[in-house]
Design a protein around this ligand. Sequence first.
Ligand code: PHE
Length: 355
Amino acid sequence: MSDIKKIKDNFILKLKENLDLNQVNQIKTDLFGKTGLISSQFKMMGKVPEEERKKFASNLNLVKDELQNLITAKIDDIETKEINQKLEKEKIDITLPERPFVQGKIHPVSQVIDEISSIFSEIGFSVEEGPDVENEYNNFTALNTPDNHPARDMHDTFYLDDKKELLLRTHTSPVQIRTMLNDKPPFKIIAPGRTYRSDSDQTHTPMFHQVEGLHIDKDINMGHLKGCLNYFIKEFFEVNKIKMRFRPSHFPFTEPSAEVDIGYEIKDGKIVIGEGDKWLEVLGCGMVHPNVLKNVKVNPDEFQGYAFGIGIDRLAMLKYGINDLRAFFDCDYRWLNHFGFDPVDVPSNYRGLSR
Ligand code: PHE
């Protein structure tokens, strides 16, 4: 057997053994290092008789390639095994416990605004919106509010500039003005939204919500106003009969003006709306003052109508038994979870209208 064949057989056997990387590298040196067995065979080439040299060389090259390939495959094999062992040992648990499913709740104010909007939309009112930052004209002057009116005082109103031209609207009534300036009568709108006054105690917050109502057409009278409010209160509190009283009052933008109280009683510690001999004030209203109509270029001899402003937060407290107004705006998740509404389980009179 030639030396080359011996080397080949011997090393093929060796490479089949269970080796580590160092041992394989040693084999590599033994074969292909400077004085390695295969390298030595190449050096011997010159001594091989000429007629055999070609065969010798091609055979040697074949063996060299074969052994080199075996060594490369063996190294690959060892490295793969090592990586797998490492991965096996270092196994990381990438699974996570499932996050608890928390469903959001609808805030009582949003809920009540939706309820109010849907009740009024059934009798032909459309919903209008206006900005929270208003100018003095829309909030006071156009609404026939005289310069010396207490509402204009810094103690009541949040002004945004020294000249008292910009302010946070103190009621939703400026939306009446915006609507009438932008369009032609008839008008039949409600305008829910945020309002601001410099006030804070258990029943007042500096920011609160109102819904404005405005109905202007030919031959609209106070009977329409009473009918409209009576319908609304019954629908809202889901009662068949409601005790209501109109108390004479004063607003610069309505004449005559009234404040509306609804009857209630306390039964088993709970408030029952519509019965009893106790009274709760829920809104302000009146027939739109001719000066307001003139200010928005509506002829008061041709068109008349009524307006009302309802405190939304107050209604929400009454309907859903919430007794501290301030909690509405504390952003306490526990409170919202308790008093909030399930988005898919809404009360019976909710008609699915969203703002
Ligand atoms: N704007 C009045 C208020 O905030 C309420 C109101 C509106 C009264 C419309 C009459 C007509 O108190």
